[in-house]
Design a protein around this ligand. Structure first.
Ligand SMILES: O=c1ccn([C@@H]2O[C@H](COP(=O)(O)OP(=O)(O)O[C@H]3O[C@H](CO)[C@@H](O)[C@H](O)[C@H]3O)[C@@H](O)[C@H]2O)c(=O)[nH]1
Ligand SMILES: O=C(O)[C@H](O)COP(=O)(O)O
Length: 301
């Protein structure tokens, strides 16, 4: 991992403009109720990265606020998650938004950026593009950063530290060098992203790392330090549900890789208190988009 690690400052815009050549780039932003932040992120990309980014696509993930309007005003193309590939039964959550964004976008390289970032800068996108535009061996690039929690440096990323990184270290230690395995800022070649399934809900990042490791190998994966990342924080209860989804994603990969043989499937209801609720934390899965390309070409042309 260390050999494929760089920082955003290693990738100045002038050099990337030259390296880009005819490669087309899409930035895809999944967004559910992000009216406060999505417009500024889209505007920054359009203003500072006009020569590098060919398409900015916001996937409106069933927002009930003005996310779609704010994104469109700022210059993004906006699609509604459930309007993409409408012949398929809709699924829900972030993973579904990302898969639909892959289907609806056109770039040779796709950059994913969360829409709730509060300190977004153009270096998030240019940093992620650096290894992909300059090294043909690289298929996938993950952002790394320091994450404050309500002003406390290094304290953010609770699910990352308590669930995701321990699971990766236990079962996929090759991936232990990824500092932010759950981070929402990453990029890949379309051919690589279309070759793997997308887990729905919040299992998507964990599933992509494990599946891409198997598909393209660690030498084709890179990491770029993007500095510091600030985003909106979810409640502890919501992070508990996210953790359940990530654990079930890990389980599905262990089973698929033949590393566990289950006498019975795991329960998928998470009981939480205050209020006393049961939530289904199961995740579904979309197949590799390449396997649906005929359908997709008809639909998004
Ligand atoms: O149903 C959903 C839920 C979220 N989002 C968007 O996805 C992004 C990240 O979602 P958020 O709820 O802010 O996730 P975090 O609590 O920040 O979770 C972290 O960990 C998750 C699990 O790996 C990752 O998916 C996130 O990108 C990462 O920031 C945001 O732009 C959301 O608007 C959707 O589009 N649809
Ligand atoms: O990636 C994570 O662990 C979750 O997004 C939680 O992040 P937070 O602890 O910074 O809210």
């Amino acid at each position: 991992m260390e050999t494929n690690t760089s920082t955003a400052a290693d990738w100045p815009l002038d050099a990337l403009r030259l390296a880009k050549g005819t490669t087309t780039v899409s930035v895809v932003l999944p967004a559910r109720d992000e009216e406060r932040t999505v417009g500024a992120i889209v505007s920054t990309i359009r203003r500072d990265l006009a020569e590098l980014v060919d398409e900015v696509l916001v996937v409106d993930s069933r927002s009930t606020d003005a996310t779609a309007a704010r994104a469109a005003e700022a210059g993004a193309r906006v699609v509604r998650q459930d309007d993409v590939l409408p012949e398929l039964p809709p699924l829900s959550g972030k993973g579904e938004a990302l898969w639909k964004g892959l289907a609806a976008s056109h770039g040779d390289v796709v950059v994913y950026i969360d829409s709730d970032l509060r300190n977004f800068g153009a270096h998030f996108v240019s940093g992620l593009l650096g290894p992909l535009l300059t090294d043909p061996r690289i298929q996938f690039v993950k952002g790394a950063y320091e994450r404050p929690l309500r002003g406390r440096r290094g304290e953010g990323g609770r699910v990352t530290e308590l669930v995701a990184r321990p699971l990766l270290n236990l079962f996929w230690p090759e991936l232990a060098g990824f500092v932010q395995p759950l981070g929402g800022e990453y990029a890949g070649r379309r051919s690589a992203l279309e070759s793997v399934p997308y887990v729905t809900e919040y299992g998507v990042e964990f599933g992509l790392l494990v599946d891409l490791l198997e598909k393209v190998g660690l030498d084709a994966m890179a990491q770029v330090d993007l500095g510091s990342r600030e985003h909106s924080h979810q409640s502890t209860a919501a992070l508990g549900r996210m953790s359940g989804q990530i654990m079930l994603t890990a389980w599905s990969r262990l089973e698929r890789q033949g590393r566990i043989v289950a006498s019975e499937p795991p329960a998928t209801l998470l009981r939480q208190f205050n209020p006393d609720t049961f939530t289904n934390v199961s995740v579904a899965e979309r197949p590799p988009l390449a396997s649906l390309s005929a359908v997709m070409e008809e639909d998004v042309a």
